[in-house]
Design a protein around this ligand. Structure first.
Ligand code: DPP
Ligand code: ZN
Length: 872
């Protein structure tokens, strides 16, 4: 497989004016006829260049003609994944007929079948599995799509844009025609054919246009669409109010499908969603599931402007649409729920998983410089760090100027395929600022480290922050230049009050641009305690020599909610790191009282937001502790975390019991922020109570399991019982849960996930047995994720079993999936790619499994790229 470089970008030789597609959907085959009007690209210097079309090897080419004249085999060449046609006029219509087999498409890219319905996934390069085309985002054209299919089996036939015509045909068939009035690249094409039902609503836009909203699903899921519909309407309104963006077609459709590699896809006017990101019902969906539906519906809707109206020039620019759109959906969710809690969740994900990606063999900048397989770059770096980069722009420019910049960006580039440079340029032009140093965030990989120290000069009432930044070498880049890092800072006086800073405000955004730089605050009457990197103003690792007392002080007094939480995290991380050392030295573990006292105070403070309390009392995860560790000692991390949890539980059990009862209300389920907060605090209390190992609390959990009228409480109790040492009780609840929910695919996935993440001994054997269970389907990505990915990523004790059985299991699965579904296979590899961070014995076992996969033959590009980089 070859490497593709950003620096080699060339504009396409031909542009597309119009693409007419005709699909004949049948059981054994689908015939696709495409008629495409091409003209030479005036922006492309060479007039000699041939037309180069992308086409997957699975395409069976049946006919090719130019302006009605059929081409013979000498007129074109098929070279690997490309079809090359030389000697062409300046403009012409190419007709192409291909035969494909969606029913046998297990990669779930292009046109495939999911549960008896046809659907598509064309981003990034799936359209080439449908027909020969310049399958690249800078080729944009108008699409008209005709679909013919059996009327009884596939009563619903959908594509992008507006329905313009249709009718019945002989042999029980019917046909429809869709027209999309907006030019688009092929990756935004979509088609659906199936026996679906829908819910319907309307939305009136800010300019008074009526939009029909339809969400399609299988009949059995029709009662789970209300929340997505509400979220959609809220998203449409939010984008008008916050970004001035109005919807542009007369209809907006969402279709739920059960077999889907990603979360969802923003195809123009016809979003296709993984059922896990659109279906929601109190009986079957947990609170975090509701929030995910809200966030993903918003994300895909927002792409209509940030992605579809203005798209990417090439796939290196993926973060242009993804980073910006994640930022937009994060702000939307923050406005709909608790802002601070949303921020804590996003930063937690970034600091555990994205920082680990930056430190691993697949490290890459937000705008990668090269790739072998683009599917491997739908990453936390492109999405989450890309979002942080956009957030930093807003922090630096201020909300108002940022909005001017985004207006300018949309106006200037509407209907174009552009780059991240164009995005930053719009921000630079709107603000009059030079953003060249800022752009290093797009081109340099790695997580910057920021160490800060404070110095107080009492005589001159002056406080100075000395800052030092560096960025360790990454797998793809050895040396880095200093970044422009916005550091939002506040200073607290010893009573916890905020000291006014240089411009009178209590938070100031300092701009660190050099490797070493000092910032001086005048008129500071007492030695302050600094609150640094407020609201996590930059995606960096921060070091400041806080004492435990200072962290407890910040937990109580910082006006920045994120930093209050982060102080608690830092306190816990510091204590747990010390204990990990003790564990490794064979010393007895003892928990110093500071953490317990701090937690107790937080619990008894009635004024605090309950969601915040639950977040503050959640110990740093094993994944976060692993990311922070120089070398990952799985047993030490697991044992210490467990010890700390149990010690806190034992010390505070009566308080937790009180909290549990105070928040265990009999009320109708609602996914609003306050109710979610109450349930999260209640279930956190139950988790600590269960950690005491006492029978009384097992009974409490069982009672909750039996009586719960919503999935959040039911699943929380299930998880706690299954993950406890009460094995008998565990099998009883597992069995009863399955009996009750076996016909709800998404609930069954939760059931699989609870068992996959079970830390008790023997989990691997149980997971292996589940592979044979009727509930499992090895061709469904959601099931694969629920069972295999959860086991390998979340069950650290069992996956990293010192006998290597967990590694062997994963490698076996990847070898099978490599041919069946390369995207999923490659994604599953992630835990093994971290082999260098483990002690020698485990490291060698992990590496051996990577090597075994690499000689297993017939590697997909996806798996090859990750393997070769991991073993390099
Ligand atoms: N469907 C994926 C997303 O929305 C890729 N565009 O992020
Ligand atoms: Zn997206």
């Amino acid at each position: 497989p070859s490497v593709i470089y950003l620096k080699d970008y060339e504009a396409p030789a031909f542009l597309v004016e119009q693409t007419d597609l005709r699909f004949e959907l049948e059981e054994e085959q689908t015939l696709v006829r495409s008629q495409v009007r091409y003209s030479r690209n005036p922006g492309c210097v060479s007039r000699q260049r041939p037309l180069v079309l992308d086409g997957h090897e699975s395409l069976e080419l049946q006919r090719l003609s130019i302006d009605g004249e059929v081409l013979s085999a000498q007129d074109y060449r098929r070279e690997g994944e490309q079809l090359v046609i030389p000697d062409l006029p300046d403009s012409f219509t190419l007709e192409c007929v291909t035969r494909i087999e969606p029913q046998n498409n297990t990669a779930l890219e292009g046109l495939y079948k999911s549960d008896g319905m046809f659907c598509t996934q064309c981003e990034a390069e799936g359209f080439r599995r449908i027909t020969f085309y310049q399958d690249r985002p800078d080729v944009m054209g108008l699409f008209e799509t005709t679909i013919v299919a059996d009327k009884q089996r596939y009563p619903v036939l959908l594509s992008n844009g507006n329905l313009v015509d249709g009718g019945d045909e002989e042999g029980g068939k019917h046909w429809v025609r869709w027209q999309d009035p907006f030019p688009k690249p092929a990756y935004l094409f979509a088609l659906v054919g199936g026996d679906l039902e829908y819910v319907e609503d309307r939305y009136t836009t800010c300019s008074g246009r009526q939009i029909a909203l339809k969400i399609f699903a299988e009949a059995k899921d029709l009662d789970k669409l209300e929340y997505a519909m509400t979220s959609l309407k809220q998203s449409m309104q939010w984008d008008e109010q916050v970004y001035g963006r109005e919807y542009d077609l007369d209809i907006f459709m969402i279709v739920a499908v059960d077999f889907f590699n990603m979360g969802a896809m923003e195809n123009k006017g016809l979003n296709i969603f993984n059922t896990s990101c659109v279906l929601a019902h109190p009986k079957t969906t947990v609170d975090t599931g509701f929030q995910r539906v809200e966030g993903v519906v918003a994300h895909e809707y927002f792409h209509n402007w940030s992605g579809n109206r203005v798209t990417c020039r090439d796939w290196f620019q993926l973060s242009l649409k993804e980073g910006f759109t994640v930022f937009r959906d994060a702000e939307f969710s923050a406005d709909m729920n608790s802002r601070t809690v949303k921020r804590i969740e996003d930063v937690t994900l970034l600091r555990t998983a994205q920082f680990a990606e930056d430190a691993g063999p697949m490290a890459h900048p937000v705008r990668p410089a090269s790739f072998i397989e683009i599917s491997n770059f739908y990453t936390l770096t492109v999405y989450e760090k890309g979002c942080e980069v956009v957030r930093m722009l807003r922090t630096l420019l201020g909300a108002e100027t940022f909005r001017k910049g985004s207006d300018l960006y949309f106006d200037r580039h509407d209907g174009q395929a552009v780059t991240t440079d164009d995005f930053v340029q719009a921000m630079a032009d709107a603000s009059g600022r030079d953003m060249s140093r800022f752009k290093l965030w797009y081109s340099q990989s790695g997580t910057p480290q920021l160490s800060i120290s404070g110095e107080y000069d009492a005589e001159h009432q002056r406080y100075t922050l000395h800052m030092h930044q560096s960025c360790p070498a990454s797998a793809d880049m050895a040396t880095k230049q200093p970044f422009l890092i916005p550091v939002a800072v506040g200073l607290l006086d010893p009573q916890g009050g905020e000291i006014p800073l240089n411009d009178g405000a209590t938070t100031e955004v300092l701009e660190l641009i050099a490797a070493e730089q000092s910032f001086v605050f005048e008129n500071i009457p007492v030695e302050p305690i600094p609150s640094l990197l407020r609201d996590f103003s930059a995606p960096v690792k921060l070091q400041f020599p806080y004492s435990s007392e200072q962290l407890v002080f910040l937990m109580q007094h910082d006006s920045d909610g994120f930093n209050r939480w982060d102080a608690a995290q830092q306190l816990a991380v510091g204590i747990m790191s010390g204990l990990i050392g003790d564990y490794q030295q064979g010393r007895e573990l003892r928990l110093e009282p500071a953490l317990i006292r701090a937690y107790e105070q937080v619990l008894s403070n009635q004024g605090l937001d309950k969601a915040m309390v639950a977040k503050v009392l959640t110990l740093p995860t094993e994944a976060y502790l692993s990311e922070l560790a120089e070398e990952i000692d799985v047993d030490a991390i697991y044992s210490v975390r467990r010890f700390v949890r149990e010690t806190i539980a034992a010390a505070l059990a009566p308080v937790f019991l009180q909290v549990y009862h105070d928040n265990n209300l009999v009320e109708e389920y609602s996914p609003d922020a306050a109710s979610v907060a109450r349930r999260s605090l209640k279930n956190l209390a139950l988790a600590y109570l269960m950690a005491t190992g006492k029978e009384d609390y097992l009974m409490l959990a069982q009672q909750q399991f039996d009586e719960a009228d919503n999935m959040t409480d039911s699943q929380a109790a299930l998880t706690l019982i299954v993950h406890s040492e009460h094995r008998q009780a565990a099998s009883v609840v597992l069995e009863s849960f399955y009996q009750r929910w076996q016909n709800e695919s998404l609930v069954v996935n939760q059931w699989l996930g609870v068992q996959a993440s079970d830390p008790t001994a023997g989990a691997l054997m149980r997971v292996q047995a589940l592979l044979e269970h009727p509930a499992y389907d090895s061709t469904n990505p959601n099931k694969i994720r629920a069972l295999i990915a959860v086991f390998c990523a979340q069950n650290i004790l069992n996956f990293h079993n010192s006998d290597g059985s967990g590694y062997r299991f994963l490698a076996d699965q990847i070898i099978v999936l490599n041919t069946q579904n390369p995207q999923i296979a490659s994604r599953l590899l992630t835990p093994l790619t971290r082999w260098r961070k483990y002690p020698a014995e485990r490291s060698a076992l992990m590496k051996a499994e990577l090597e075994r996969i690499s000689v297993s033959g017939n590697l997909s590009r996806d798996v090859f790229e990750v393997l070769s980089k991991s073993l390099a």
